[in-house]
Design a protein around this ligand. Structure first.
Ligand SMILES: NC(=O)c1ccc[n+]([C@@H]2O[C@H](COP(=O)([O-])OP(=O)(O)OC[C@H]3O[C@@H](n4cnc5c(N)ncnc54)[C@H](OP(=O)(O)O)[C@@H]3O)[C@@H](O)[C@H]2O)c1
Length: 336
């Protein structure tokens, strides 16, 4: 079942985090393949999506209240093939292709195998490959939660998406369009064509003009993936009764009330059944996935460096070295 065995024990390669800090806290090692318990699925990983929360946890975010295994394995987005199922697993059988986002409190998918509760998995969309599937779960669920659970977005409303070219922003632009909203994307000039291709009706290049001075106002919903002073500055472009949806740090409710707007903070959590809905949208062609870089798992440090640059267009995905293939030139050109 695994790539190799040691003294009869199936072993796997994994990126293990010991303590916190820079990429030196991460080690490419051999570990036993984890065992499945009731309600759990063992997945042979084909793709592990990289999210900013990976390097934030590596740097110390959530320590000590985020009760994580130590040493532990990062990488909460995964795609792969079901290798084994525990007792009481109902929705999946061995050999099926799955994807999902698993809890920050458990070991993740920077490994050749990962154990995931059945409730956190969905069937992989057949129309996309494992790499693209690994790029979807966290950002898809986050954008969905912000737009529909918190903002209750309706057709015809106006949405502004900060960070429109990033992982969450790319999904938010597309989901808002699918819901019939008018979408304004904000990112740097080099990403205008990309964001318009996702469906953005209007575009603000924040490197050319401050977004609140670009002439676009009266938004029903602002999606803030940037944080810092963006929360306060965004009040200027929200209409009365509109909502600021924060992804990084919340706006104080008293401040929102004073300005006659609402606010909410997204806390994404794994949700296999909602991911099945996202699967349907992908199959219908309503949601596209853009992966900027596909790297072998052993190059985790480079993947974190890229993500930490804050310039990612779409997503970065790690693939176990045994499954990784160098991109051919034409594919590289498409993904760039
Ligand atoms: N609360 C939650 O549950 C939750 C869930 C998921 C993510 N998050 C957080 O949300 C944030 C965004 O996540 P992500 O995965 O979308 O990150 P990401 O993919 O790394 O975002 C990178 C994108 O941000 C754009 N950007 C950078 N500075 C910008 C600015 N000042 N204005 C507009 N766009 C800017 C960049 O475009 P340019 O290169 O054009 O500048 C780039 O395309 C992260 O901090 C993440 O941890 C929170």
């Amino acid at each position: 079942m695994s790539v190799f065995e040691s003294e009869g024990q199936p072993m796997m390669r994994a990126v293990v985090m010991r303590g916190h800090g820079g990429p030196q806290a991460l080690h490419y090692e051999q570990l036993p393949v984890p065992a499945v318990s009731a309600g759990q699925v063992l997945v042979r990983v084909h793709g592990a999506g990289v999210n900013p929360v990976d390097w934030k946890i590596r740097d110390g975010f959530g320590y000590p209240w985020l009760d994580r295994p130590d040493p532990g394995i990062l990488g909460f987005d995964l795609s792969g093939i079901v290798q084994a199922v525990g007792p009481e697993v109902r929705r999946f059988t061995v050999g099926q292709s799955v994807y999902g986002c698993t809890s920050l409190r458990r070991n993740g998918a920077y490994a050749e195998y990962v154990v995931v509760p059945e409730s956190e998995l969905a069937h992989k969309p057949a129309s996309i490959d494992f790499v693209d599937a690994a790029a979807v779960p966290t950002v898809g669920l986050t954008a969905w939660r912000g737009l529909f659970d918190l903002a209750h977005l309706a057709a015809g409303q106006r949405v502004l998406v900060h960070g429109a070219a990033g992982g969450v922003g790319s999904m938010a632009v597309q989901l808002a369009k699918w819901a019939g909203a008018h979408v304004t994307g904000v990112a740097s000039g080099r990403n205008e064509q990309y964001c318009r291709g996702l469906g953005a009706d209007d575009y603000i290049d924040y490197t050319a003009v401050a977004f609140e001075e670009a002439g676009y106002r009266d938004f029903d919903v602002v999606i803030d993936t940037i944080g810092g002073d963006y929360k306060i500055r965004s009040l200027a472009v929200l209409k009365k009764g509109g909502i600021l949806v924060a992804m990084i740090d919340p706006l104080k409710h008293e401040i929102a009330e004073k300005h006659g707007v609402r606010t909410g903070m997204v806390k994404v959590h794994p949700d296999g059944s909602r991911l099945e809905k996202i699967t349907q949208l992908i199959e219908q062609g309503a949601l596209k996935v853009h992966v900027q870089a596909v790297l072998p798992l052993s190059q985790f440090a480079q993947a974190h460096e890229l993500s930490q640059s804050g310039r990612t267009r779409g997503k970065i995905v790690l693939v176990p070295d045994a499954l990784w293939q160098p991109p051919i030139m034409s594919e590289q050109a498409v993904r760039a």
